[in-house]
Design a protein around this ligand. Structure first.
Ligand SMILES: Cc1cc2nc3c(=O)[nH]c(=O)nc-3n(C[C@H](O)[C@H](O)[C@H](O)COP(=O)(O)O)c2cc1C
Length: 358
C-alpha cells in the first residue's frame, strides 16, 4: 500500500513524459491538508445527496462524498431548513459541503457557519445551470464575471482553515468557455482543488462532456483537478484518467440508485477486471436499509413517500421496472415496500445459484 500522501498524478505525468505505459489511478491525493484515500468521488446532487445516499457511496468506496448544494444566503440569514442540509454522519467522512451564492460577504458568513459542522472540505458551486439559481447570479452565472469568481473564493478562503474547493462548468456557453481562466483565478484565490463538469451551462446535460477541457485545465493549474462528466463504469474512469491526466474522477448520475458503481470502478482500476453486479439480496437489503434510515429521520409516512423516487432509481435497468415503479408509487408503509420487493423477486427473477440476476 502506498502512503496516502503519494502523488499519483505526478508519477503519472512522469510516466507520460517518459512514454511509459504505466499509470496508477487509485492511490489517493492531497487536497490542502486533507489526505484522500482514493480517487473516485461522489458528486453533489440536489435532492439526491442525502445522508443515506452518501453513506452508501462511502461504504462502496467513494473517496469523498458531498452534500447537495446549500444556499449561502439561506445559511447567512438563518433558514432552519437550509441548516438541516448541513447535517451529516461522522461515518460519511471525508465529506464536502457545497455552497452556492453570488455575494462575497454573504459567502464569507455562510462559510463560517458551515465550518461549525466541521466538514472536511467546503466546495463552492460555480456550475449549477438551474434558472432559479443563475437568475440571482449564482451557480454557473458566476462564470460570467470572473472578478466575482475570484472574490467569492477569496472570501471563502479568508473565512476558515478548512480547504476550499470549487466545482465549475466549462463556461456559460460555447462562446464563453472560461474554465481555464476561471480555474487559474480560483487557484490564485486559494482554492485547493478544482472539479470540472466539462459542459457549458448552455448545454445543460446534452451531448458528450468535453474531456479535452479537463485535460487543458490540468495543464494550467497545479492544484488537483477532478474530472467530471459521463463516467459510468471502470473503463470510462480509466479512460478519463489517461486522456486528461486528472487527479480524480467524480461520478454523478451513474451512482443514482447504484452505489455499487464505486466498488466496481475501484476494482476495475485496481485489477483491470469487471466485478459482477450486486445480487438481489444485496439490492434488497440496501433498499430496506435506505428506507429504515429515512424512517428514522422523517417517520414512516414521509419516508415512504421519499422512497418512491429512490425505488425507481434502484430498479433502473432491471427487468419489470415499470411494474415495480407503479407499485412503489402507491406504497405507504415499510411493510408495503417489503412486499413489493418480495413479489418482484418472485415474479421477475430466475437467479443464478449465487443470487445474481440472470
Ligand atoms: C439531479 C441532479 C442534481 C445535481 N445537483 C448538483 C448540485 O447540487 N451541485 C453540483 O455541483 N452539481 C450538481 N449536479 C451536477 C452533478 O454533480 C454532475 O456534475 C453532473 O451530473 C455530471 O456528472 P455525471 O455525468 O457523472 O452525472 C446535479 C446533477 C443532477 C443530475
Amino acid at each position: 500500500m502506498l502512503p496516502v500522501t503519494f502523488n499519483a498524478s505526478r508519477l503519472n505525468d512522469l510516466c507520460r513524459i517518459a512514454k511509459l505505459e504505466f499509470f496508477c489511478y487509485n492511490v489517493g491525493m492531497r487536497i490542502g491538508n486533507l489526505n484522500v484515500k482514493g480517487n473516485i468521488l461522489c458528486a453533489p446532487m440536489a435532492g439526491i445527496s442525502t445522508p443515506a445516499y452518501r453513506l452508501f457511496a462511502h461504504r462502496f468506496g467513494a473517496a469523498i462524498v458531498y452534500s447537495e448544494m446549500v444556499s449561502s444566503h439561506g445559511l447567512a440569514y438563518k433558514s432552519k431548513k437550509t441548516n438541516d442540509l448541513l447535517d451529516f454522519l461522522e461515518i460519511e467522512r471525508p465529506l464536502g459541503i457545497q455552497l452556492f451564492g453570488a455575494d462575497p460577504e454573504v459567502m464569507y458568513r455562510a462559510v463560517q457557519i458551515t465550518a461549525q459542522w466541521k466538514p472536511d472540505i467546503i466546495d463552492l458551486n460555480f456550475g449549477c445551470p438551474v434558472k432559479k439559481v443563475v437568475k440571482k447570479n449564482g451557480g454557473a452565472a458566476v462564470l460570467k464575471d470572473l472578478g466575482l469568481t475570484r472574490a467569492l473564493v477569496e472570501a471563502a478562503v479568508a473565512a476558515v482553515d478548512i480547504p476550499i474547493t470549487v466545482k465549475l462548468r466549462s463556461g456559460w456557453d460555447e462562446t464563453a468557455k472560461v474554465f481555464a481562466e476561471a480555474g487559474k483565478i480560483c487557484e490564485e484565490a486559494g482554492a485547493k482543488a478544482i472539479t470540472l463538469h466539462a459542459r457549458t451551462r448552455a448545454r445543460q446535460f446534452s451531448g458528450r462532456a468535453c474531456w479535452a477541457d479537463i485535460k487543458q485545465l490540468k495543464e494550467i493549474v497545479s492544484v488537483p483537478v477532478v474530472g467530471n462528466g459521463d463516467v459510468t463504469c471502470g473503463e470510462d474512469a480509466a479512460r478519463m484518467f489517461s486522456e486528461t491526466g486528472c487527479d480524480a474522477v467524480m461520478i454523478g448520475r451513474a451512482a443514482m440508485g447504484y452505489p455499487w458503481i464505486f466498488r466496481e470502478i475501484n476494482h476495475y482500476l485496481d485489477t483491470g477486471a469487471n466485478l459482477p453486479p450486486p445480487t438481489m439480496d444485496e439490492r434488497t437489503d440496501l433498499i430496506l436499509e435506505h428506507a429504515r434510515m429515512l424512517i428514522d429521520s422523517f417517520g414512516e409516512s414521509r419516508a415512504m413517500f421519499k422512497m418512491r423516487h429512490h425505488i425507481a432509481w434502484y430498479a433502473k435497468g432491471l427487468p419489470g421496472v415499470a411494474r415495480i415503479r407503479k407499485r412503489a408509487y402507491k406504497m405507504t408503509t415499510y411493510a408495503d415496500l417489503e412486499e413489493i420487493l418480495r413479489d418482484y423477486r418472485q415474479t421477475n427473477f430466475e437467479e443464478n445459484s449465487d443470487g445474481r440476476p440472470q
